[in-house]
Design a binder for this molecule. Structure first.
Ligand SMILES: C[S@@+](CC[C@H](N)C(=O)[O-])C[C@H]1O[C@@H](n2cnc3c(N)ncnc32)[C@H](O)[C@@H]1O
Length: 326
């Protein structure tokens, strides 16, 4: 009761209700919220602090910025979302706030597009060496049945593409990446309608900002070839997997394209099946090669790993062999 009253008191003020409504739609910084509300930064910060203290918003740091978003409680109805749902959609103040939020999103999208314009030619060069990405993505989607994965972690999320691809099949998705530029791009991509349950965070694959056994599935999509210590990254991923969780690794098979090391910062020339199996085994996981997508000159492999004792092991390996057969 006390918590409910504290939450209602915190939301029961015009500026705070607007802040709550905005942060339910996007992760926003104080500066961005100040631009939307047209109120002073100290005032906005004071209201945000109260909303965080009441458990209605959560705050997280990313580089020099602090972002605010609607807090996710445990299972069950949530006061903050219930309040946001009650805000009349035709309220003029609400509509004006949404208009300004769109302006903020457009500015972010323009910054992300500028970063992409600079880097896209380099990525296109690599893409031209293997099968179309849509083919890879379809295989990844096939590996996870609808409803099987509640919480998905995408390590080295880049543009957030894997979260977008998997969004309709999961309850919640989080992508982590070391690069703030990539996170900015991912945040724009995940700002589209229908992707509210997918978010990104700054984080390092060697020290994941998640508790033990907190994820149903963990994906490394084209990330481990950058890793100096892939085994350590897999061990860390295994730590956050639930006992019946699945690890999915998508990467190049061993190849001879030294240009990828010399000009694209790759750390290794693909991953061999045996080395991946050994890393997984040391992390108490059993891996199998689910799919081999042969391209010229690069072949993309998809591995699936889970604990040997896991219930999902049998259903996943059945699915893996079906995908492989197809
Ligand atoms: C080739 S991109 C792949 C992006 C995404 N998984 C995809 O396939 O679209 C590799 C990503 O890994 C990220 N990365 C590299 N080292 C990392 C680390 N130690 N922790 C987290 N992310 C990392 C890079 O910033 C980059 O965004």
């Amino acid at each position: 009761m006390d918590q409910l009253l504290a939450g209602l008191r915190a939301a029961g003020e015009p500026t705070r209700l607007r802040l709550l409504t905005l942060c339910a739609r996007a992760e926003l910084t104080v500066t961005e919220l100040t631009q939307i509300l047209r109120q002073s930064q100290p005032r906005v910060s004071r209201h945000l602090k109260l909303l965080v203290e009441a458990g209605l918003l959560s705050r997280f740091r990313e580089g020099q910025w602090a972002f605010y978003r609607i807090a996710n409680g445990s299972d069950g109805p949530q006061l903050n979302r219930a309040i946001v749902d009650l805000v009349p959609e035709n309220d003029p103040m609400y509509l004006r706030d949404l208009e300004r939020l769109e302006e903020i999103k457009e500015a972010r999208a323009e910054a992300a597009a500028a970063y992409f314009r600079e880097n896209a030619p380099r990525w296109d060069e690599i893409r031209s060496m293997y099968v179309p990405e849509a083919e890879v993505e379809a295989c990844v989607r096939d590996l996870i049945a609808d409803g099987e994965v509640a919480d998905l972690l995408d390590i080295g999320t880049g543009t957030g593409r894997i979260l977008e691809v998997m969004a309709s099949q999961i309850r919640s998705g989080v992508g982590i990446d070391l690069s703030h530029e990539m996170l900015a791009v991912a945040r724009v991509n995940l700002g589209k309608p229908g992707l509210e349950h997918c978010q990104v965070r700054h984080g390092d694959m060697y020290e994941l900002p998640f508790g033990d056994a907190s994820q149903d599935a963990v994906i490394f999509h084209q990330v481990l070839h950058y890793a100096e210590e892939p085994e350590a990254a897999i061990t860390e991923a295994a730590r956050v997997l639930r006992p019946d969780g699945s690890l999915i690794v998508i990467d190049f098979a061993p190849h001879k394209q030294r240009v990828l090391i010399e000009e694209h910062a790759h750390h290794r020339l693909g991953l061999a099946d045996e080395e991946l199996a050994a890393w997984c085994e040391n992390a108490d996981l059993k891996s199998s090669l689910a799919q081999e997508l042969k391209g010229d000159p690069l072949t993309v492999n998809i591995w699936l790993a889970s604990r040997e004792s896991s219930n999902l092991t049998s259903s996943n390996s059945e699915r893996a062999s079906t995908v492989a057969a197809n």
